[in-house]
Every structure is written in structure tokens, then in C-alpha cells.
Design a protein around this ligand. Sequence first.
Ligand code: ADP
Length: 494
Amino acid sequence: MLNSFYAKLSALFLVLILGLGVVLIVLGGRTAQRYADEVEQKLNRTLAQEMVPRFEPLLEDRIDKAAIRSKIEDMTGINRRIEIYLLDREGRLKASFAPDSAVIEQKRVDMAPIRQFMAGATLPILGDDPRRDGAQKPFSVAHIEIMGQEGCYLYVILRSEQYASAAGMIGDSYIIRGALTGLGLILLVVTGVGLLLFRRLTQRLRHMQDVVGTFEQGHFDVRVDEGSNDEIGQLAACFNRMADTLNETMEELRQADRMRRELVANVSHDLRSPLASIQGYLETVHMKDGALDPSDRQRYVKTALRNAQRLSDLVGELFELSKLETKQVEPNIEPFSIAELVQDVVMQYQPQAEDQTIDLRADLPAEPTRVEADIGLVERALSNLIDNAIHYTPEDGRVQVRVDKHDRNVSVSVSDTGPGIPDDALPHIFERSYRVDKSRDRDKGGAGLGLAIAKTILELHDSTLEVESTVGEGTIFRFRLPVELPGPQPAQRP
Ligand code: ADP
């Protein structure tokens, strides 16, 4: 608790308030004392001057102390708070008429304040008090002639009962005590309000600490209440943003991990079935070698070879996808005619389409359509799309590959009259090893990598692979490539 931010802040604040209190009291006390000195001296400025005519007759040939004392007693009956001294020209004490002469400590007073006073300088001027060494008090002074010697001084210390310390004056003054009590109350209220405000401010920090603690324990959905937009609010907003990013990253990691597991599971399954088939057929051929008639043996070996080919294709696709995803393939961008490429790929798939009595056509624009892309990679993506379209379209269906030229890009679409893809499956078809119909005979479907490869290829070209599909009507896949920028000579397709 003592180590908390609030405790430290409060302690610092209390020390400051106490310091302020002490400074105010000391300054206030001094000012009050100076003010009292000034008033006293101004009121009694001419006091010494007025006394001179009364004392001079008693100082003509000797200092008649007894007579002077009785005169002083007459006078101090009215003002008891004065002490009278006779000084020579240099300020040496010639006679003292203080109430108790035994405690005279200074035999000589400083002449500088006396000269200032005589010259009419601004009051208050404090002079030496002969009764106390080092003490300074307001005074009144006038020239007086002592035993024929002119230029001596009648030196009157005012406020002889002057308070020795500020504390004494405070104790005696009702007004000062009242003012000090008021000051004390104000400081008390300021302290109370300050501590409350600090508590409120640090409460937000404590709230943040609680939330961060909860977050640390694994409750990743907690957020800090941001409140106002000050530094603490901004810190809270920062934490909230960081927590959001962290959550998103964790979600992405979880997703990637789930996909990786699925991929491993699916791929191992896909690898196992052709392997089992190869093994089975080869074992049969091996064991029944003599008993098999040549046509059966031929059939078994062909089936084993076909499965070996599938296995090889699958491993090849996996390897290709992994290279594309880890950016080991750097697209070799060059200009080429996309219409020609489409024409070529369509021709390659023509026999397969004819086998399935599918009408496969290319719909190409009359004008030249040159794009800037990696021709090999685009051919691969296009083949995957056409292969899928033919694959999933039933007999007597139609597959159309269209090329359309726009201002800045060329769009290529592959549409079919196949079964379409259900809406809930559409967002997933580009994921690795995703198949809409999971129970489908894997002999008929691929490994679920074709679209993932096509999509990654287009991403490498800063493009996207879009899909529109209506169940029962067909599917369209579309991508765009940038048209060739006017520049040096075109490259020929190998
Ligand atoms: P596969 O090798 O299984 O074809 P793909 O990644 O190429 O894998 O495609 C993923 C899934 O998307 C396929 O399993 C299929 O269900 C669906 N699909 C892809 N193309 C089409 C299409 N033209 N018509 C209907 N479904 C398709």
C-alpha cells in the first residue's frame, strides 16, 4: 500500500502543502512585523524632537539623571513602550533611561540608520537596540545639546516591549491568529480535495492494472474502460488495440494450425489410397505370376501405374503449393498474348472435354490482348480452373473460357454448367485440401489443392481469384491481369 503510486503521490503532495504552509506563516509573520514597525515609527516620527526642549534644560552642566527619570515617568505614564538614550556624536551611549539599566548590552549604536532617519529616508528604518545585542527596532531620534556639546542625540527606542519572535506576536494578535486559522483551514481543504482527486486519477490506473492482470490470466476478451482522452485514456486505448491485435493474431494462428492439421490428415489419406492400390496390384501380380493370364496382368500393372502417376501428381502439387506459399517462386513478369495462351490451354483440354461430351470453347476478343504476368504461372492457374470445370461438369455440359479487354486490365473467366458450389462452401474452396463433397470418391476428385495453387499464383501477381456460383446452374471463376504498358519489344511465348 505504502509503495503504491497513490501513496507516493499523496506523500509528495502533503510535503508540498506543509512546505507551502510554513513559507506562508514565515512570510506572513515577517510582513506583519514589518508593518507594525512601520506604523509605530510613522506615528512617533517626531517623538524625540518633541522631547528635546523638555530634556535640554536638565543637561546644561551635568546629566541630571534623577530629574530626567522623573520627567520620563511623567511621560511614559502615557506611553510606556519607549526607552530613551542619550548618545554622543559617534553613537556612544552617554546615558540610558531604560526601565532596567542593568541589562544594557551595547554601549554604542550604529550611526547609519540614525543618519538615514535624520535625512528623512522612507520608513521603517530599524536601529540598534542597546538592550539586546544584534536586535533591531524602530526608533525616533533628534539632535540634543548635552553640557554645551552640540550634535549629540536623543535616541528613543519605540515598542520597547516588541515581540522577540514572530511566534510571540502571533500568540498575541487576534487578527493574525484568525488569519492563520483561516490559512490552515484552506490548506486542509486543499489537501482533502487534492487527495480525493489523486484517488480518482489513480483509480483509473488501478482499473487498468486489474484488467491487464485478468488478460494475463487468459481472459483475452476483457478491455479497459478508456474514459477521457488524456494520457491514461490513450494508454487504455493503446492496450485495447494491442489486445485486439493479439486476439486476431491468435485467431489466425489457431486457424493456420487447424488448416495445417487438416492438410496433414487429408494428404496422408490421399497418399495412402493410391499407395495401397499400387501395393495390392503389384502383390497380386507377384504372387499369381504364372496363374494370371496376360490381359489381367496387363490391367493390374496399368492400374498400379495410374496410381503411381496420381501419387506423383499429388506430391508434385504439394511441393508446388509449398514453394508458392513460402514465396520461393519469384514470378517472371513479361508481356505476352493472353488470348494465345487461352487458345493453347483450351486445345490441350479439348480431347478430355470431347471424351465427356462437353462443349469446351474459347471466347476471345478480336483486338490483340497482351498482359504483363508470369506466363508459366498463369498457364498453371488457367489449367487448374479449366480442369476443374471439365471435371465437375456433367456430360453434354458446356465450359466457356472468355477473355475481355478493359482499359487497364484483361479479365479471364472460366464458366461451366456444372453443379455449382453451395454458398456455405464458397468461402472455403480456396483453402488447401478443401473439398465440397468430402465423401466423394477421391479417384474422381483431386486433392483439393488446385484452387489453392491458382489463388496463390494470382496473389503473386497482386490479383485475386473471384468466384460466382449458383447451385444447379454452374460456376464462374474470374481473374484480372494488367495490360501491357507501352514500352519496348514484346516477348514471344515459348
Ligand atoms: P480438387 O482437386 O478437389 O478439385 P480444388 O482446389 O481444385 O480441388 O477445388 C476445391 C473444391 O472446390 C473441389 O473439391 C470442388 O468441390 C469445388 N470446385 C472447384 N471447381 C469447381 C467447379 N468448377 N464446379 C463445382 N465445384 C468446384
